[in-house]
Design a protein around this ligand. Structure first.
Ligand SMILES: Nc1nc2c(ncn2[C@@H]2O[C@H](COP(=O)(O)OP(=O)(O)OP(=O)(O)O)[C@@H](O)[C@H]2O)c(=O)[nH]1
Ligand SMILES: [Mg+2]
Length: 452
């Protein structure tokens, strides 16, 4: 009888339940590692063919049936992770999937860390860093617009743009580094090669990409909007109106809200996280005081504060003192609420410190004006070509721009100019994970005919 192949896979084999917990028609256990064929054979008693769905009986060590389902085998390198991958599709119940997973662990796999499959895909060159992040962003997307832009990033559109800029930056660096060897002619030479024009165009393009990335970041993260003001001005009524739900208690009693109450709505795909807070006033009530401290805490973290006042009184002394305590630079919208009591029409007007909106939380008039104002503050412009982007990407882009700016400032000191370009390249390369281990010499000789 032929000797059975070894069934213990290499210790770096990982396995996890890939589908969401809970009941479902099917559930999937995914395994990734090297040389997984023996594991598949032991588990199913059959030899799967690459990339073909095979009906299989998954059995435990004693040969008892765990589940029947489909077995898929993707041999390296043509798989998500770039390693051998098995997908065991069974019935979607917690217990049966756990049993299937345990069987894989008994056969030598270990439980995958969160994100480990994607990390391996990145390490094996299947995805770059920005694409790997887009996998999670696609899964987490809370609106169609966010999902669309995540899938665009996953397909590599964002990475391609970054790589294009990266290459242009490398070309510019090559030019400058080469010039360092000819100090007498340096400026003339750079001018002939249009180095400064290239720098201009790079800056303009990176600014444009940053803008689109910022839009994507907004789609993903949304805006934290804190409703603040004196008691009874209608903050909780406004939250309920915006969220179209009775989230917060509304009463004519001043000091009704104590804890911050949250609701999220989507306007044009942008998540607006609205936080209703305890009304701000001097009080001896211990509970209310804690509530008010929480209001200030929420204001500290806000992207925008909506300061409500009763339209009948307008902005008074107490409101002025609240305004004076707001963090400097925090975006603000002033809302005059309860216009129905004055028989006024909803409206908007610009003031020195942000817009004022006249509305009625109770009747709903003027609510759209507020929503549009929030989008305006967020800097949202509806466009298709948005990349999902993270804080990390925005920071890297800002750093790149900072170094290009610094480079421009030291045009006459060529060494410094070159150094800033090097730093810019490093920042930009961090987005896709292409750290610039100094492959620059190769670039110089490969692209630039220095010995002519
Ligand atoms: N007529 C009218 N009444 C309103 C409007 N908005 C709120 N109110 C009333 O004003 C009272 C206070 O409303 P709330 O929403 O509880 O006010 P609040 O700012 O959350 O108050 P606190 O939680 O105490 O800080 C309630 O009786 C509401 O029905 C409005 O637009 N028009
Ligand atoms: Mg309230």
């Amino acid at each position: 009888m032929a000797e059975r192949p070894p069934t213990t896979p290499r210790p770096d084999t990982i396995a996890a339940i890939a589908t969401a917990p809970g009941r479902g028609g099917i559930g999937v256990v995914r395994v990734s590692g090297h040389n997984l064929l023996p594991l598949a054979e032991t588990l199913s008693g059959k030899t799967p063919r690459p990339r073909r769905a095979m009906r299989a009986d998954f059995r435990d060590d004693d040969g008892k049936l765990i589940d029947t389902g489909l077995l898929l085998y993707f041999p390296a390198p043509h798989s998500f992770t770039g390693e051998d991958v098995l997908e065991l599709q069974g019935h979607g119940g917690n217990v049966v999937l756990q049993m299937l997973l345990s069987r894989c662990l008994d056969l030598g796999a270990h439980l995958a860390e969160p994100g480990e499959f994607t990390r391996r895909a990145y390490l094996n060159g299947k995805l770059d860093l920005a694409q790997a992040e887009a996998v999670i962003d696609l899964i987490d997307a809370s609106t169609t617009a966010a999902a669309r832009s995540a899938v665009r990033s996953l397909q590599g559109e964002f990475s391609q743009e970054i790589r294009l800029l990266f290459n242009q930056l490398v070309e510019l660096r090559a030019l400058v580094e080469a010039t360092l060897d000819f100090p007498d002619e340096e400026i003339d030479f750079l001018e002939t090669a249009d180095a400064f024009g290239r720098l201009d165009r790079l800056q303009a393009k990176i600014t444009e990409v940053t803008d689109r990335a910022r839009q994507g970041h907004l789609l993903q993260e949304g805006l934290q909007v804190v409703l603040a003001g004196q008691p009874n001005v209608g903050k909780s009524s406004l939250l309920n109106r915006l969220a179209s739900d009775e989230l917060a208690i509304v009463t004519p009693v001043a000091g009704t809200t104590r804890d911050a109450v949250r609701g999220t709505l989507h306007v044009e795909g942008i998540p607006l996280h609205i936080i209703d807070t305890a009304g701000l006033r001097e009080t001896r009530d211990e509970i209310e005081r804690i509530g008010i401290a929480r209001t200030w805490h929420e204001i500290e973290k806000a992207d925008v504060v909506v300061l409500l006042v009763d339209a009948r009184q307008g902005v008074g002394k107490t409101d002025e003192s609240i305004i004076a305590q707001l963090p400097p630079g925090l975006a603000r919208i002033t809302v005059h609420n309860k216009i129905d009591l004055l028989g006024k029409e909803p409206g908007r007007r610009d003031e020195a410190n942000g817009a004022t909106i006249l509305l009625s939380a109770k009747k709903g008039d003027g609510i759209d004006l507020l929503k549009q104002e929030l989008l305006h503050i967020a800097g949202w412009r509806p466009t298709e070509a948005v990349f999902i982007a993270r804080e990390r990407h925005l920071r890297a882009l800002a750093e790149t721009l900072g170094h290009l700016e610094a480079a421009r400032a030291c045009l006459v000191q060529l060494e410094l100019f070159a150094e800033e370009l090097r730093l810019a390249q490093r920042s930009l390369g961090a987005i896709t994970g292409e750290f610039s281990h100094d492959d620059l010499l190769g670039e110089i000789f490969g692209r630039f005919c220095i010995g002519k």
